[in-house]
Ligand binder design. Structure first.
Ligand SMILES: Nc1ncnc2c1ncn2[C@@H]1O[C@H](COP(=O)(O)OP(=O)(O)OP(=O)(O)O)[C@@H](O)[C@H]1O
Ligand SMILES: [Mg+2]
Length: 245
């Protein structure tokens, strides 16, 4: 059965789009057909991360307005033939009709095993609308008070919109920096504060940033890659103990 995963955070720049690409890739290596849908209109970036800017002719607004077919609007990533992308519109003025989006997601559910929605930062109306179509909300947080507070607001909003399931991803953990400067004693405090069950902790990883910046396939060693592969397996319902990252 297909699954729709929504990625949000409240606060901007915490790693939602990176997680979207890397989780999508990890699921595709596990044999799934995956489609990423970028909802950050006016601020698109997934085409750059996946290295498909030159091939991204159409975007989400073209598909919804019928200016292109779904096939024309889907861009296959260079990383994996099972990983596709629908780009966000370039225009900030875009606003979609909920019914059109619902129909598109129903079509995508028929063609893909997992659809991942990369939501914009903030708590705009797009979030509760998308929550209604999603099976799982991944709330991304960096382990600091400001991000955790924003993540809690995002989680409250998703819960209010009736999302079926939510999980917390702690990203960019640098143990030394966390111990030195965080207002939290440990990660349990972060989890308790956001009040969402943990699905994985991704370390700060300079290689991850390099891959995203240069559209390189995420073949980097250990660290963040393993953490994201484990998150992918947990999204599939596999039991991977949390102490394994
Ligand atoms: N685990 C990590 N280790 C190192 N760098 C990371 C990690 N996760 C994300 N980054 C870097 O953080 C920056 C922001 O990431 P990204 O664009 O994915 O965030 P975002 O939440 O989608 O931002 P926005 O809210 O603007 O959409 C990027 O430069 C990315 O490479
Ligand atoms: Mg983003």
């Amino acid at each position: 059965m297909s699954k729709v995963i929504l990625i949000t955070s409240g606060k901007g720049g915490v790693g939602k789009s990176s997680l979207c690409c890397l989780l999508g890739y990890a699921l595709s290596t596990l044999g799934e057909r995956v489609c990423l849908v970028e909802l950050d209109h006016g601020l698109r970036g997934l085409d750059v991360m996946l290295g498909v800017t030159n091939r991204a002719v159409y975007d989400l607004s073209d598909i919804l307005a019928g200016r292109c077919s779904l096939d024309q609007g889907l861009v296959t990533s260079l990383w994996s033939s099972s990983l596709s992308l629908i780009c966000a519109p370039n225009s900030r003025a875009f606003s979609f009709v909920s019914g059109e989006m619902k129909r598109l997601i129903a079509c995508l559910r028929e063609r893909f095993d997992t659809v991942i929605l990369d939501c914009p930062a903030g708590l705009g109306e797009i979030l509760p609308q998308m929550a209604q179509f999603s099976d799982l909300g991944l709330v991304v947080v960096t382990p600091d008070l400001i991000c955790a507070r924003a993540a809690r607001s995002a989680a409250d909003l998703l819960a209010g919109a009736g999302i079926r399931q939510m999980r917390l991803v702690i990203n960019r953990l640098d143990e030394k920096r966390f111990k030195k400067s965080s207002s939290f004693q440990d990660l349990d405090e972060v989890i308790d504060f956001v009040a969402v069950q943990l699905i994985g902790v991704i370390p700060e990883d300079i290689e991850l940033g390099r891959c995203m910046e240069n559209a390189l396939p995420p073949k980097f060693q250990d660290g963040a890659r393993v953490a994201i592969e484990n998150i992918a397996k947990r999204c599939q319902g596999q039991y991977i103990p949390l102490w394994m990252a």
